[in-house]
Design a protein around this ligand. Structure first.
Ligand code: NAD
Length: 249
């Protein structure tokens, strides 16, 4: 059966990548594209795709939402999903603790998958990072991330996720990532063309081990967003990660 998807943030870099990638996924149709009113022109509507700035008004047209926008917009769209009982997969990053609490509460009523990185490559490497962090307990850890200049949050959601995995494996608290006291040091670089590079450096005085992930194309995130959307649509209410989707495959 075809899975009808609404993209929140349709005209963004990720929204457009997901729309393009959907052609390669069987049983998937992007039926609704939602973005801010200034970007919507009703003349762009076709019989297969409705463009809107009011997602809740089109709730009969989709089964699941993919959100790649801004934290405030993600919170608004979750509110619509609560009212219309729709599952949602969220790729947006940069949520505050309060917003994360709201998402957790909402997930008691609807299925929500949230992943600061939707690529199989990064998510697979998290297991290796956990094991390295444990074995190399005495090594300091630096995470360097490079993104395009329009990226708003820093350190990136992926860098924070990597740091959380490392700290969990060492049984310590990550704490405030912007604080001097943070056990992991971050470096955020913004360059014009970078899609996303993450480098984790384990270091002691005698050697250094580096794990690097280089995103060369946004399709890796777009495919992950579509696959997790199809998966979360069939889950019961709860808060899911990309890993929950991966282990269920
Ligand atoms: N999880 C991942 O794998 C992954 C990968 C890439 C980017 N991201 C994150 O996804 C988010 C979006 O990234 P991007 O590069 O596509 O950004 P972008 O700025 O290119 O696109 C965001 C889109 O959201 C739209 N938008 C803003 N407010 C809105 C609202 N209230 N309602 C509907 N649409 C609204 C904007 O108009 C824009 O078209 C960022 O938080 C980024 O860090 C995550």
């Amino acid at each position: 059966m075809t899975c009808n998807i609404a993209i929140n943030g349709f005209f963004g870099r990720m929204g457009q990548s997901i729309f393009e990638a959907s052609i390669n996924h069987r049983d998937v149709r992007i039926s609704v594209g939602c973005d801010v009113e200034e970007k919507i022109s009703s003349t762009q509507n076709t019989k297969d795709l409705i463009l809107t700035s009011q997602l809740q008004q089109q709730s009969d047209m989709f089964d699941v939402v993919i959100d790649f926008t801004l934290p405030e917009s993600s919170i608004e769209v979750i509110k619509h999903c609560l009212v219309t009982n729709k599952p949602i997969t969220i790729g947006t990053t940069g949520f505050t603790q309060e917003q994360k609490k709201f998402i957790k509460e909402a997930s008691k009523k609807i299925p929500i998958l949230i992943a600061p990185n939707m690529s199989q490559g990064v998510n697979t490497s998290l297991d290796s990072l956990a094991s390295m962090a444990k074995s190399l307990r005495d090594y300091s850890v630096n995470i360097k991330e490079i993104h395009h200049v329009n990226k708003i949050d820093a350190p990136s959601g992926t860098a924070i996720k990597m740091a959380e995995v490392i700290c969990k494996s060492r049984g310590i608290d990550l704490g405030d990532v912007k604080s001097e006291a943070c056990p992991i040091k971050f470096e955020s670089i913004r360059e014009r063309t970078e899609i996303g590079t993450h480098e984790v450096i384990f270091k002691n005085k005698s050697d250094e081990i580096r794990l690097i992930h280089i995103a060369k194309d946004r399709s890796i995130f777009a495919d992950g967003a579509i696959e997790t959307a199809m998966w979360v649509k069939n889950q019961k209410a709860g808060l899911y990660t990309y890993n929950d989707y991966m282990v269920s495959k």
